[in-house]
Design a protein around this ligand. Structure first.
Ligand SMILES: NC(=O)c1ccc[n+]([C@@H]2O[C@H](COP(=O)([O-])OP(=O)(O)OC[C@H]3O[C@@H](n4cnc5c(N)ncnc54)[C@H](OP(=O)(O)O)[C@@H]3O)[C@@H](O)[C@H]2O)c1
Length: 238
């Protein structure tokens, strides 16, 4: 039985990742947090300093395959192998598929899909010793096509299938892999320059409700798994 409460959360500086770090720290988990922005994560660590949670930070740009290899390897050596890995970091971009540059396509696929493959490849071999849980943050864009969101839809769809295959491959090693599939969530993602939208932010899911759901998935007994949990807002566009 793996009693270690150490969660590795990517994309922890903002939005869902930040809320998830707060929810897990509140629940007494130790954390390894990864993003490109060490300053924001240091502020978050200060905010959480009153909690009984040890917080370790990793600065890494997931668009850089070489950086992932070094940073993640180093972080496991320094802070230990997590019992829960939450692959949350992601990016979005609006644009027609065939008009998108190869560079942009590769960047989206690298951050939303290939980085998850790389991180799992680096962590799963150590995780096999005590078992563990991998939660990949997906989107309803993984099964529903949206115009102007093609690359994002493809990346999340592939991530969902990656998770299913990983689950079957690692089941006998007591590693559980699952997805949380989300409708729109009110996060800084919608402020990014690469997205053009005027959706009603107030009718989206809140990142704190999403993070409480991720915590619920993480705290399931080790003998069971929520293979995919789809969380949608009731109102709004989607
Ligand atoms: N918001 C939604 O409506 C929604 C819906 C469905 C699914 N999702 C998924 O939920 C996840 C989190 O999204 P969010 O809405 O919380 O987005 P967000 O507020 O924009 O936060 C994204 C996080 O990912 C990190 N990140 C982005 N690019 C990175 C890179 N190259 N290297 C390292 N870290 C990087 C960011 O950190 P830094 O910028 O500090 O590096 C940030 O912490 C994503 O996978 C997204 O696809 C979101």
């Amino acid at each position: 039985m793996n009693k270690l409460k150490l969660a590795y959360i990517t994309g922890a500086s903002k939005g869902i990742g930040r809320s998830t770090a707060i929810a897990f720290a509140n629940a007494g988990w130790d954390l390894i947090l990864l993003s490109r922005d060490l300053v924001i994560m240091e502020k978050l660590r200060d905010e959480l300093s009153g909690m009984n949670s040890k917080i370790n930070l990793v600065k890494c740009d997931l668009s850089n395959a070489h950086e992932i290899e070094n940073s993640v390897k180093e972080s496991i050596k320094k802070y230990g192998c997590p019992s829960v890995l939450i692959n949350n970091a992601g990016c979005a971009f609006n644009g027609n598929l065939v008009e998108m540059s190869l560079k942009k396509w590769q960047e989206i696929i690298q951050i939303n899909l290939t980085s998850v493959f790389q991180i799992c490849s680096l962590i799963v071999p150590s995780m096999r010793k005590n078992g563990g849980l991998i939660i990949n943050v997906s989107s309803h864009a993984s099964y529903k096509p949206f115009t102007q969101w093609g690359a994002y839809c493809v990346s999340k769809s592939a991530l969902a299938m990656f998770t299913k295959c990983l689950r079957e491959e690692e089941r006998s090693n007591s590693i559980r892999a699952c997805t949380i599939t989300l409708g729109s969530v009110n996060t800084p993602l919608w402020d990014s320059e690469s997205i053009k939208s005027d959706f009603d932010r107030n009718s989206m899911l809140s990142s704190s409700n999403v993070s409480n759901t991720i915590l619920y998935m993480a705290e399931q007994p080790e003998s069971q798994i929520i293979e995919d949990l789809t969380l949608m807002p009731v109102g709004g566009t989607f």
